[in-house]
Write a protein that binds this ligand. Structure first.
Ligand code: NDP
Length: 448
């Protein structure tokens, strides 16, 4: 064991002790610390002034009660979270997740990842994340509105366009952002557009924000394939999930000539050997809010499966776009056996560490979420720019900016991996490139 190995093991063991019962947070930190060993060997000053320990400790964590009344007049008590992880580069920025699985450890893992992702975009945004264990599934619009109003009644004390700018994530789309913004405006008596992103177009939203994470993931995949002399044209692609990220990843992949052969939700997956009818899928998920099984009732040749995994399909490219740890080591082996060559994470941490190891061993090109799904937050930062100048840009201009940002992220990720003698290892490249910028800012700003 080298001295750096020992040092990093000590940081990690202390973190386990201080953050018990938060396995997703441990997993996210472990991956970054493993990459940072390489940096610390070369540049030991990055361990000065308790930098690594400070980086792993959120600047502020807020946990609050969210009481709300359901349509049948029952009182429910949900739990709200906002973890403001790091603001060295700019105001905290990161989404809100409403899902019954949400707990402090999940929000911390997402907030931690967000620091490096936001740094990679090259834009002035820090890292944060929030949410609630509220389950929006099956709730009426009135219940969702009352929940959002109650959530914002506490959250508004902690956010602001120069402080912390939340956006959507799982379970939080344009509708919820609308209810949240309305309550913020009412409580503060300010039409402060820059306090939330993902807004509707007529009240401060940006074109392309809805599409940005999915499109961005495909743009990055395109760059990664180009680097290896290949393209999406004619490729077969699997996209897991059928939410915001998945739908627009499917749309852009097919626009670039790929056939998307499957998508899913938590009830099962659909095999679409001839490609996906995106309009139909969007109608089912965004308007009718139905399960993916409804899709096969309206198409021919497609099948619904609930007794196996979407990762049993054969394809050239896999884009996991649903949730954390949805792609295991076993799934990765099946994908490799079936010929997958490229994987890009539209979701946050969808691949387990074992899956990533399988991809590495088998020479699959793997783009981690920090790089591959950064298009969403990058376009949120573009929304903030438009709000600050009271301007609104065209779809094509904003899409071009997104495309450029994703190309830059791929380039800096690939170049950093090569600089540290790990050519083609985009996990190491993204972690180190994201880290260096934040770390330089933290060192410059002193021990705070
Ligand atoms: P949505 O709520 O729009 O969609 C989530 C999708 O994932 C749904 O199809 C959902 O199925 C499925 N899903 C969620 N949880 C589970 C689970 N436990 N098991 C199986 N399937 C599940 O969320 P988004 O599309 O916005 O987010 C998807 C991922 O992308 C998340 O990891 C998020 O953090 C990440 N991300 C999102 C960004 C954004 O801009 N929206 C930005 C960057 C990352 P079901 O409907 O059945 O629950």
């Amino acid at each position: 064991m080298t001295q750096v190995d020992e040092q990093v093991t000590e940081y990690y063991n202390k973190l386990l002790q201080r953050n018990a019962g938060e396995p997703e947070f441990h997993q996210a930190v472990r991956e970054v610390l493993d990459s940072l060993k390489i940096v610390l060997e070369k540049d030991p000053h990055y361990a000065d002034y308790g930098l690594i320990q400070r980086l792993c400790e959120p600047e502020r964590q807020v946990i609050f009660r969210v009481p709300w009344v359901s349509d049948n007049n029952n009182v429910h008590v949900s739990r709200g979270f906002r973890v403001q992880f790091n603001s060295a580069l700019g105001p905290y920025k990161g989404g809100l997740r409403f899902h019954p699985s949400v707990n402090l450890g999940i929000i911390k893992f997402l907030g931690f990842e967000q620091i490096f992702k936001n740094s990679l975009t090259g834009l002035p945004i820090g890292g944060g994340k929030g949410g609630s264990d509220f389950n929006p599934k099956g709730r009426s619009e009135g219940e969702i509105m009352r929940f959002c109003q109650s959530f914002m009644t506490e959250l508004h004390r902690h956010i602001g366009e120069q402080t912390d700018v939340p956006a959507g994530d799982i379970g939080v789309g344009k509708r919820e952002i609308g209810f949240l913004f309305g309550q913020y405006r009412r409580l503060t008596n300010r039409h402060e557009s820059g306090v939330l992103t993902g807004k509707g177009l007529s009240w401060g939203g940006s074109l392309v924000r809805t599409e940005a994470t999915g499109y961005g993931c495909v743009y990055l995949t395109k760059e990664m394939m180009k680097e290896h002399g290949e393209s999406l044209d004619g490729a077969e692609v699997i996209v897991s999930g059928s939410g915001n990220v998945a739908v627009y990843a499917i749309e852009k992949a097919q626009e670039l000539g790929a056939t998307v052969v499957g998508f899913s939700d938590s009830s099962g997956w659909v095999h679409t050997p001839n490609g996906v009818d995106v309009e139909l899928l969007r109608d089912i998920k965004e308007n009718r809010r139905e399960r993916v099984s409804a899709y096969v009732e309206e198409t021919t040749g497609d099948t619904f499966h609930s007794d196996s995994s979407i990762w049993s399909l054969a394809a050239d490219v896999a884009l996991p776009c649903a949730t954390q740890n949805e792609l295991t080591g076993e799934h990765a082996r099946t994908l490799v056996d079936n010929g997958v060559k490229y994987v890009a994470e539209g979701a946050n941490m969808p691949s387990t560490p074992e899956a990533i190891e399988v991809f590495r061993e088998k020479g699959v090109c793997f783009a981690p979420g920090k790089a591959a799904n950064a298009g969403g937050v990058a376009t949120s930062a573009l929304e903030m720019q438009q709000n600050a100048t009271r301007d609104s840009w065209s779809f094509d201009y904003t899409d071009e900016r997104l495309h450029q940002i994703m190309s830059n992220i791929f380039r800096v990720t690939a170049d950093t991996a090569a600089e540290y003698d790990h050519e083609g290892n985009y996990v190491i490249g993204a972690n180190i490139a994201g880290f260096r910028k934040v770390a330089d800012a933290m060192l410059a700003q002193g021990v705070i």
